[in-house]
Write a protein that binds this ligand. Structure first.
Ligand code: C2O
Ligand code: CU
Ligand code: CU
Length: 492
């Protein structure tokens, strides 16, 4: 529906209101309104005496004018505040669940013990409060938090239960990177949603389960058709793929170069100059973009590449490029900010021989116990798509793997049928090979979520004890996760 917008609208956009334009035949039609990007409130733990309060609540939101949608949020109607914590601190978060159902709050990428992780074992029942004290011991990075309630994750995250979590440290502060939150250090939570007549709907059905929930409308921080004013200088964008299933293949429409500076685990050794960047669900990236030439820039995404391995499926959007967000440089005054040459010490590499190996195959229903040829004969089973890892569906009561605290291991992960984003809780890892070859540029740095299209080998570091509550590993297509493509491990 709202597939294309053009920069010629820029003049009128910031004043709001639908923009009218004449097409070639002279007929007037209404183009979608552009909306100023919503910047979630920043809650810095240090300004709150290390005590942050989050309320999980139901709300309503007008994504489109005059159209009300029922949503979920933290301290508001949709998404949550950006939380900032600092290396070395112990930060308490008090989470009150005012919903009529269970939820959890998982700190995706935070290196804390299993009992603090907020996975499916740390249920916050309706009306209850959970009060974890999080020891922040890792380096600066961009993380996020979201619901992980068993069997409800996809629906609760889709409805809005997600937010950004920023860890800062002294080293990162000393680099002079853009750090003025919401001004030149901008959070971007990327999602897609399905709307009917402007109202948010929850796509249902077998194909939704198979592919993951997708929508025809892109949102950034919950804003439809967003536009952001930026200062005419170097700007840091912190991006989270917070979609249930959609892959984002990001590039600027003028093909400008930007500098990738941080992966999920924090700063890279050196900035990497790129023209495009893929973010799969759960992944984050920090980039620096130079707006000093004052020209507006459009960040776009290509068609959803996650389905390209499922040959019978065509992506929902036929457009080759869809606008994600427009940036308009505004104001004057340049600054001396430069892209630093070096960002971080190189990651130590552990020799990979003689480490314990484990194999994980992300398996999907149509391959479990029946070939494609059997499909028609077995429609009842076909209509119950099943998902698993190594052909076993997730069970809360079964520990799948037991790891020794302090070990590093090689995890070989392969997918089936389509591309899957694989995520492991409580660890960071390095990609040491992809499809038997050296990892690609996008595999650089410390990670917690990785695209599994070809088989990958991960060097995983287990430094957090599970402390009585197992950690999860799973596909971050939330419908796959909810339906069994997840396993759990202890670290002792
Ligand atoms: Cu982002 Cu197990 O989750
Ligand atoms: Cu996680
Ligand atoms: Cu998957």
């Amino acid at each position: 529906m709202f597939m294309t917008r053009r920069s010629f609208l820029m003049g009128s956009l910031l004043s709001g209101g639908a923009v009218l334009a004449a097409n070639a035949t002279g007929r007037l039609y209404s183009l979608p309104q552009l909306n100023e990007l919503y910047i979630p409130e920043l809650i810095d733990a240090r300004s709150r005496h290390q005590s942050i309060a989050l309320e999980v609540q139901e709300g309503s939101r007008h994504f489109f004018p005059g159209r009300e949608s029922i949503t979920l949020g933290y301290n508001g109607s949709y998404l949550g505040p950006t939380l900032r914590v600092h290396q070395g601190d112990d930060s308490e978060v008090t989470i009150t669940n005012t919903l009529g159902e269970d939820t959890t709050v998982h700190w995706h990428g935070l290196l804390v013990s299993g009992n603090l992780d907020g996975g499916p074992h740390q249920t916050i029942p309706a009306g209850a409060t959970w009060r974890p004290v999080l020891p922040i011991r890792q380096r600066a990075c961009t993380l996020w938090y979201h619901s992980h309630a068993h069997g409800r994750t996809a629906r609760q995250v889709y409805a809005g239960l997600a937010g950004m979590l920023i860890v800062s440290d002294d080293h990162e502060k000393s680099l002079g990177l853009p750090s003025d939150y919401g001004v030149d250090d901008i959070p971007l939570i990327l999602q897609d949603k399905q709307f009917e007549q402007g109202t948010l709907v929850l796509p249902q059905g077998m194909m939704t389960t198979m592919h993951g929930r997708r929508g025809d409308t892109l949102l950034v921080n919950g804003t439809v058709n967003p536009v952001a004013k930026v200062p005419p200088r170097l700007v840091r964008l912190r991006m989270v793929n917070g979609a249930n299933a959609r892959f984002f293949d990001l590039a600027f429409s003028d093909a400008r170069i930007f500098h990738w500076i941080a992966s999920e685990g924090g700063l890279l050794e050196k900035p990497v100059a790129l023209r495009s960047l893929r973010l799969v669900p759960g992944e984050r990236a920090e980039i620096l973009v130079d707006f000093s030439n004052g020209r507006p820039a459009t960040l776009t995404t290509g068609p959803d590449s996650s389905l390209s391995m499922m040959r019978m499926m065509t992506p929902m959007s036929g457009a080759s490029e869809t606008t994600v967000i427009e940036f308009i440089p505004q104001g004057t005054g340049s600054s001396s900010l430069q892209v630093p040459q070096r960002l971080h010490a190189p990651e130590p590499r552990i020799p990979s021989t003689a480490l314990r190996r484990r194999r994980f195959e992300l398996t999907m229903g149509m391959e479990m116990g029946m070939g494609m040829g059997n499909m028609r004969r077995d429609e009842t089973r076909m209509s119950r798509a099943s998902f698993g890892i190594n052909d076993r569906a997730f069970s809360m009561d079964r520990v799948d793997e037991r790891v020794n605290l302090g070990d590093s291991e090689i995890w070989e992960v392969t997918g089936t049928m389509m591309a899957h984003p694989f995520h492991v809780h409580g660890v960071h890892f390095q990609v040491i090979s992809r499809n038997g070859s050296a990892p690609q540029t996008r595999d650089k740095g410390m990670k917690d979520t990785v695209l599994v299209r070809e088989p990958v080998e991960l060097l995983v570091h287990f430094n957090q004890p599970s402390q009585g509550a197992p950690f999860m590993y799973h596909c971050h297509i939330l419908e796959h996760e909810d339906n069994g493509m997840m396993g759990q491990f202890t670290v002792t």
